[in-house]
Design a protein around this ligand. Structure first.
Ligand code: I3S
Length: 128
């Protein structure tokens, strides 16, 4: 059988390290604070945890709790305009609650994958 039981019974669709900052919270502009975060996509939820000592940690274990989570339903992604950041390959993720994030990674193939997966997730869950 192709069925494989995941350790925490919640298959992760994608994970990796990304640079992340909030730019608005509930519609209000907040000061940027770029952080390197271990990022996990589970269903329609995107979870971020601070990287500990450069090693990749894992949710579900006791070591690391998500620093924050984002519900992608009703959100949108686009490539950030130049005025949003001087960094390259920056994705702007907007949520329906008015909390917007910038997500960035220097390697274009990696950030392109995230862009595509986030967009697919938002489309998949559009009617929930
Ligand atoms: O949009 P801003 O204010 O130019 O964003 C920069 C600031 O967040 C800056 O921190 P300070 O507010 O402590 O100066 C960061 O170090 C920069 O990385 C931010 O700009 P970029 O272009 O990297 O997103």
């Amino acid at each position: 059988s192709a069925y494989v039981q995941e350790p925490n019974d919640k298959p992760s669709e994608k994970c990796g390290v990304l640079n992340v900052t909030k730019i608005t919270e509930f519609g209000k502009k907040v000061r940027k604070s770029w952080t390197s975060s271990w990022t996990v996509l589970q269903g329609h939820t995107l979870l971020f945890a601070k990287e500990k000592g450069g090693g990749s940690s894992w949710f579900g274990g006791s070591q690391t709790k998500p620093e924050f989570t984002v519900d992608l339903r009703g959100g949108s992604v686009e490539w950030a305009s130049k005025d949003k950041s001087s960094k390259k390959h920056v994705v702007e993720l907007k949520t329906r609650h008015g909390t917007d994030l910038l997500i960035q990674w220097d390697t274009d193939t990696i950030i392109n994958d995230w862009y595509r997966v986030l967009q697919e997730t938002i489309i998949t869950h559009a009617w929930e």
